[in-house]
Design a binder for this molecule. Structure first.
Ligand SMILES: *Cc1c(COP(=O)(O)O)cnc(C)c1O
Length: 497
């Protein structure tokens, strides 16, 4: 047995709490993110791993970082998460196109990569609650600009011991995203539109979360809040598994020899997905380059180039909305690690980020980032990549994945690097149908998104995913619209308290 892994805040003392407690808490009380006190090496050889299923690989990873969970508990969580909700037994298949391997992370319930973590988080959380003798029902509160809300709803729907409330801006999500949410089934789910924008929703949720009086009242009624936010360590660790799995797959198929390095390219927003790749590297997957791909909101590109993180800039709306982010929360974990697991340094930078909107790392820290390469793609480049790949290789990708593929093409021509490369494919093209059709020069403003999906399917020969067909004529179950001042009472009404 390896040594127990303990978690602490990126801004506090090392090794304080167990994994299950960190999962329940989400964010540390000092505002920092939970990080492991050490990152264990995989126990099996890469060759042994290449013979494992996705679920078995996930277990190999999670047992090393969630050390206070028993084997039975982890296997229960894994088998309930990665089941027939996914439309392929492989869970995360690899497809080769134009000289790269696309790791398709969109075969789950909401056809985007957040399913990889949000299908297991509810099980990790309810198991963690049991382990810590928590009798209250867990109430997940989420504000969403579209994708996270639906993935969280799908994950928590009908999971015993949980309720989930999602707030979204009434006029701030796409028609398909809204339809996905308002048709959500499950008696424990609640979807509420607010008259306001995403920031209003987020601010309202934070206010409810941090109200001590309300927490006391909730407790007296048998409830407590928790968060399915992407900074929860219970979302990060399950994401490591697919990088380990992808390496095993390449090895099994003879694309690489055991120990050969690979590169990974990740379309990045909040920095969770690429950080999972970094942890996979620390656990023993030979990864040479971590290519961080941004859209026009290229804070990270500038950061990797100059060592300065500066959010003081215009926020740009792009066709890859899940990457339209100026504060990449999970970067804080990388900052902590490259500072030598130093919480004081991290806390100082994060304070600067809060007050000045920027900070600059030291030359030594910048050197520790040598394995990272930052790139970005404009809207034109993104669209052209979708079109070229489809016309030359008959392979269809969504806008987020296209940002990554475009950056990879630039990286290749700049460096001549021929290392075998895995590109994280984070959403089905049918999730962003209108943009994909525009990229293929087949857009039509007079048609709705479902009609466009029919056409995209006809052009590409790819069947429309069940996630889209099933909501087309589904019953609308959630109709509540509230003012932003009424969010707390709406939650209480749902809970019947
Ligand atoms: C959330 C998301 C991303 C960004 O992932 P991070 O972990 O936040 O960097 C990229 N693509 C899609 C489709 C997403 O939903």
């Amino acid at each position: 047995m390896s040594k127990e892994v303990l978690y602490s805040s990126t801004r506090g003392d090392k090794g304080q709490i167990r994994a299950s407690e960190a999962i329940l808490r989400g964010l540390a009380p000092d505002g920092g993110l939970y990080v492991p006190d050490h990152i264990p090496h995989l126990e099996k050889t890469l060759r042994e791993i290449s013979g494992l299923s996705y679920q078995e690989t996930a277990y190999e990873v999670m047992k090393l970082l969630f050390t206070d969970f028993t084997e039975e508990e982890l296997k229960y969580c894994i088998s309930h998460a990665y089941d027939s909700k996914f439309d392929t037994e492989e869970i995360a298949p690899l497809s080769e196109a134009d000289g790269a391997f696309f790791l398709e992370l969109y075969h789950g319930a909401t056809i985007a990569f957040k399913d990889m973590a949000l299908s297991i988080l509810p099980y990790l959380m309810t198991t963690a609650a049991k382990k810590n003798s928590i009798k209250n029902e867990i109430v997940i509160l989420t504000a969403t600009s579209g994708d996270t809300g639906k993935a969280a709803l799908a994950g928590f729907a009908d999971v015993p011991g949980t309720r989930i409330v999602v707030f979204y801006p009434k006029h701030g999500v796409s028609p398909i995203q809204e339809q996905q949410m308002v048709t959500q089934k499950g008696d424990n789910t609640c979807v509420i539109a607010i008259e306001g924008n995403f920031d209003d929703a987020q601010t309202g949720v934070k206010k409810i979360f941090t109200d001590p009086e309300l927490a006391k009242y909730m407790d007296s009624k048998g409830f407590q809040f928790s968060s399915a936010n992407s900074i929860n360590i219970g979302r990060l660790v399950p994401q490591i598994a697919y990088y380990v799995y992808a390496y095993g797959k390449l090895l099994k198929e003879g694309r690489i020899a055991e120990g050969d390095p690979i590169n990974v390219v990740v379309p990045t927003g909040n920095f969770g997905n690429i950080l999972a790749a970094y942890y996979a590297g620390k656990m023993g997957v030979p990864i040479a380059k971590f290519v961080c791909a941004s859209n026009s909101n290229k804070v990270l590109f500038d950061f990797f180039k100059t060592g300065e993180y500066d959010r003081n800039r215009e926020f740009v709306l792009t066709s890859s909305p899940s990457m339209d982010i100026l504060i990449s929360s999970n970067l804080e974990r990388l900052i902590y690690h490259i500072a030598g697991d130093n919480a004081d340094v991290d806390a100082e930078y994060m304070k600067k980020l809060g007050t000045e909107g920027k900070y600059e790392i030291t030359p030594a820290m910048k050197e520790a980032l040598a394995d990272f390469y930052g790139g970005f793609a404009t809207e034109e480049e993104t669209f052209k990549t979708i079109k070229d790949l489809f016309e030359n290789s008959s392979y269809l990708i969504d806008t987020h994945t296209a940002v990554a593929a475009s950056v990879y093409n630039k990286y290749k021509s700049e460096t001549g690097d021929k290392t075998v490369t895995v590109i994280a494919s984070t959403a089905s093209p049918f999730k962003f149908t209108r943009s994909v059709m525009n990229a293929l020069s087949k857009g039509d403003d007079s048609k709705d998104d479902f009609a466009l999906a029919d056409e995209l399917s006809a052009i590409s020969g790819v069947a429309i995913p069940e996630a889209v067909t099933s909501i087309r004529n589904a019953e609308i179950r959630h109709k509540t619209v509230v003012e932003k001042t009424e969010m707390e009472s709406a939650v209480k009404a749902f809970l019947g308290i």
